[in-house]
Design a protein around this ligand. Structure first.
Ligand code: FES
Length: 108
């Protein structure tokens, strides 16, 4: 059964910020948009590489709730992992996320 896992203190991920965490052998990109936390696997399904930041650690574009891959421009909705723009065709995994007891948590 999936359990809530604490990633960091909520103060470490204020609105407008993102961070990537290693969890159980996967990289999880966690976003705070207006005080609400969203989490997706940090993996563009087009090439199987990172999504939330580029290779030089610059944040990828976040347009509304869509994260844009820095390589070929595919977009994914961070609320559910759904592909919203090609060339990617496969959704990425999204995780339940929340702020509870002053911590950022995901269910995994
Ligand atoms: S590697 Fe992400 S769109 Fe091509």
């Amino acid at each position: 059964m999936a359990e809530w896992l604490t990633l960091c203190a909520s103060a470490e991920l204020p609105p407008g910020q993102r961070e990537v965490f290693g969890v159980n052998g996967r990289w999880i990109a966690v976003f705070n948009v207006g005080g609400v936390i969203y989490a997706i696997e940090d993996l563009c399904s087009h090439d199987g590489n990172v999504l939330a930041f580029d290779f030089e650690d610059r944040p990828s574009k976040l347009i509304g709730y869509e994260i844009e891959c820095p390589r070929h421009g595919a977009r994914f909705d961070i609320r559910d992992g759904r592909v919203t723009r090609r060339p990617a065709e496969v959704n990425v995994t999204a995780f339940e996320a929340r702020i509870a007891d002053g911590s950022v948590q995901i269910r995994i």
